[in-house]
Design a protein around this ligand. Structure first.
Ligand code: ZN
Length: 147
């Protein structure tokens, strides 16, 4: 790299400089083959980019503890299961939970599912006893007719 002396201020400047970096005078010895002036002292800073705001996180906000959509706690479920073990009380509680307005959705759905299964079980038990009863009475009537 060749250095020349600025004719205006005497500073050693490079051939590549079109202008004196010290005083700004044009460099008569500038390397004209270079198309773009090389302002090495003028460091072009990269364009400032604003820090992108963090992407909107689609986080499910947990519902308030007293909300109907709040999960039923473990302790509450233990109480529910203990109540379910008590005959008759369990049916009453299932109806209360299934149709109560202040029941948490979790418990309400559980109570409704339980009620549906209980009703299916009752229907099946009635059908079974009817079939069994008719079979037994049929046996007895057959026995009675035979003799
Ligand atoms: Zn100069």
């Amino acid at each position: 790299m060749n250095y020349v002396t600025c004719g205006s201020c005497g500073t050693n400047i490079s051939n590549n400089e079109k202008f004196c970096p010290s005083c700004g005078a044009p460099n008569p010895y500038a390397n004209t083959q270079q198309n773009s002036p090389n302002y090495s002292y003028q460091q072009s800073a990269p364009p400032y980019t604003y820090p992108s705001s963090p992407p909107q996180q689609a986080v499910d906000v947990p519902p308030a503890p007293n909300s109907l959509y709040a999960p039923v706690s473990v302790g509450a479920f233990i109480g529910v299961m203990l109540l379910m073990a008590v005959p008759l009380v369990n049916l009453i509680m299932l109806f209360v939970w299934a149709f109560g307005s202040s029941t948490k959705i979790n418990l309400k759905n559980y109570a409704r599912a339980s009620l549906i299964l209980t009703l299916i079980g009752i229907v099946l038990a009635i059908l079974f006893s009817l079939v069994l009863g008719s079979v037994i009475s049929g046996i007895f009537s057959a026995m009675g007719n035979g003799y």
